[in-house]
Design a protein around this ligand. Structure first.
Ligand code: EPU
Length: 336
């Protein structure tokens, strides 16, 4: 492990917030996790930080931040038309995508270019372009912080739903995920339910190949989303809200172009980005924070924004959307 004191976190969060952690601990192997829990995490406030692409630090952190840096992708088994991969928590997500393209493993190509680490992917059940990571996760390994004991949770026990899992609910802040197992397909198959992706492939007259699908996703992301390397942001700041069919019909009567997707229990999932845009917030700024010009759901740091400016912007957006639609947007991002 590598320990540093009074660590500037600016390069450890994609929002680029300049805040400090009293201690910062790089976990260099899964084997050292039990000792780290006992010697550091059990004694003070802690936070497990992956790639920092879904975290908004709102102030200095008076405790220890534990960050996995151990990497590795291992083929555990090939059976029938499936492959089982065991991937270390510190592996950058997009490296796994590249590996799968190279070896022709199908299933997660639509999740190309999502920032962050593999260990964080089950926590919020990352998803994009018609695919959620829950569709490919076989099981998750890690340690419980409260007991220091190892755990293994099979897919069904992770309680995955839209942008949610047991790691954000009953086990919130009580797990260090060390490995994620993925079950992918060795047989060609694609998910092209997201119209924008199907259109992009058709427009470019590209054949249905793993690497072209991945390239198209990267292009769509580049067009819609700001690159966190140049403009600080944490991806979607809010979740897409789920409303009852009655509320949806009422809103649709006022806003006929309202985008909606089917959600469980006969509900409808609306597009938070569209609601924010209709509330007049697309590309708008409040101080040095604001929303992205091509995707209003993404809050950005236009340069040296303080956490307060980002939070004030978020609060104002929530208020304005609520006034217009009677919907309260929930944050997708973790505020620490
Ligand atoms: N829309 C607007 N205005 C906007 C943004 C979107 O009208 O400013 C409309 C679009 O025209 C489209 C609909 O809303 O009809 C949906 O937009 P988009 O396809 O961009 O997806 P999203 O629902 O806004 C979700 C994920 C993204 C993911 C995309 C693509 C959430 C919270 N976000 O966004 O994930 O990339 O779908 O599948 O579910 C992330 O989590 O950080 C993230 C970027």
């Amino acid at each position: 492990m590598k320990l540093s004191e009074n660590q500037n976190l600016k390069t450890y969060n994609t929002f680029g917030m300049e805040v400090y952690a009293r201690q910062f601990l790089q976990m260099e192997s899964a084997d050292e996790v039990p000792a780290i829990i006992q010697d550091f995490l059990s004694k003070q406030p802690y936070y497990i930080l992956g790639g920092g692409s879904n975290t908004l630090f709102t102030k200095d952190f008076d405790g220890v931040i534990a960050h996995p840096v151990f990497e590795g992708i291992e083929v555990m088994e090939i059976f029938g038309e499936n492959v089982l991969l065991r991937v270390a928590a510190g592996e950058p997500w997009d490296n796994l995508i590249q590996y799968c393209i190279k070896h022709e493993y199908f299933g997660i190509e639509n999740l190309t270019a999502i920032p962050g680490l593999v260990g964080s992917s089950p926590v919020q059940n990352i998803g994009a372009y018609g695919v959620e990571v829950k569709d490919t996760i076989y099981k998750v390994e890690g340690y419980r912080i409260s007991t220091g004991k190892p755990f293994e949770l099979m897919n069904i026990d992770c309680q995955f739903t839209y942008r949610n899992s047991i790691f954000k609910q009953a086990l919130k802040n009580d797990c260090i995920i060390t490995y994620v197992w993925f079950q992918l397909s060795t047989k060609e198959h694609f998910t092209l339910s997201y119209q924008g992706l199907a259109n992009a492939l058709a427009e470019r007259e590209l054949p249905l190949k793993l690497r072209y699908i991945s390239e198209c996703v990267r292009k769509i992301r580049d067009e819609k989303l700001p690159d966190p390397k140049t403009i600080g942001n944490g991806g979607s700041f809010f979740q897409n809200p789920v409303v009852s069919i009655e509320q949806f019909q009422k809103l649709k009567a006022h806003y006929p172009d309202l985008v909606a997707y089917d959600a469980p229990d006969g509900c409808k999932k609306l597009s938070a980005g569209q609601l924010i845009e209709k509330a007049g917030w697309k590309g708008k700024r409040l101080g040095k924070a604001g929303t992205w010009k091509n995707q209003a759901l993404v809050l950005v740091n236009y340069g040296e924004a303080t956490p307060k400016e980002v939070l004030d912007t978020a609060e104002t957006i929530v208020k304005d959307v609520n006034t217009l639609f009677d919907i309260t947007l929930e944050m997708e991002i973790n505020c620490i």
